[in-house]
Design a protein around this ligand. Sequence first.
Ligand SMILES: Cc1ncc(COP(=O)(O)O)c(C=O)c1O
Length: 378
Amino acid sequence: MTEFETRAIHVSQDPDANNGAVIPPIYMSSTHKQDGVGGLRGGYEYNRAANPSRTALQEVLASLEGGKFGLSFASGLAGEDAVIRATCAPGDHVILSDDLYGGTFRLMNRIHRAAGIDSEVVDMRDLAALKAAIKPGKTKLIWVETPTNPMLEVLDIAAIAKVAKENGVLSVMDNTFATPYLQRPLELGADIVTHSTTKYIGGHSDLLGGAVIVNDEELYEKIRFLQFAAGAVSSPFDAWLTHRSIKTLAVRMEKHCSNAQAVAEFLDGHKNVEQVYYPGLPAHPGHDLAKKQMSGFGGIVSLRFATEKAAKDFCNKTKLFTLAESLGGVESLVNHPAEMTHASVKGTPLEVGPEIVRLSVGIENPKDLIADLAQALS
Ligand SMILES: Cc1ncc(COP(=O)(O)O)c(C=O)c1O
């Protein structure tokens, strides 16, 4: 089993050994019978520590990211929180890329700052600025999201991971937008990959989940301990549903990419749109780098209107593109980051302009999507 699509379908999905069910069951059990005290069957004891549905998901996630160890959490932020707790102590410092999911910034700025962990944001297209921001002995994490959210800048994963390594800092890559189908940061030198599996990995806007994937065993054990001891685990049902969705990740991502490209090309140069941000457009400043480190440009397209009113009018006029937070589902969504996904970063260096709109381009027929955008822009 060497190829991505095959592993997505077959890793940890052997038919049930007892009755041959092709799809393994959801293990809806909070606890496991012991054969005498301490006689655990398959290592299973209590659901917070391990559950077979979660184990299977964790194994396929690790396999797809090209990592050794996967951990699944109740949400993307729960996974991020475990990473920060496992690697930082009061007095430490974290560097974040300057355009990323508002909730990640809020987690650092409001929760972990209060616990004594300092953080700052840096434009990581500027490696000199990144190096200058590292505080020797104190900086523990360099936290990156690429393509960035919502402005779709492309950051050089290999170069950032190298700076981190040279300075004894761990690099964390939030791979939610790209998914392991399009980009595998561990293979480019990153130490930790995080996901909101709520997005493309779940893919159907019907579950909440997070994942952390690493290669280093000591780091894995620290994060796994927090998963168990703090308890933000995914439920058996969410784990099973996420695993079910992963089987179609490759075909969904192909379609998300081709639809997003068609949408971006339609919007680019439209008289009522000031600017389109999509790495698949040749004029995008990150186009060449994206071609190098990704195998497709993803399903998110952002656009800038002349005014806040024009942006909001557009959000209110789309019909197929549903006005809602989140992204990565099969259905297309439209989002006004300044007042929705990124409202929590208002007044910070991550603030998003009110003229910006973010589209999560789904896998409907592109003709219908473009017709909807055309009517909303008219
Ligand atoms: C890129 C990215 N990372 C992390 C998160 C947080 O994930 P969750 O909402 O599953 O906690 C989100 C949520 O929107 C996201 O878009």
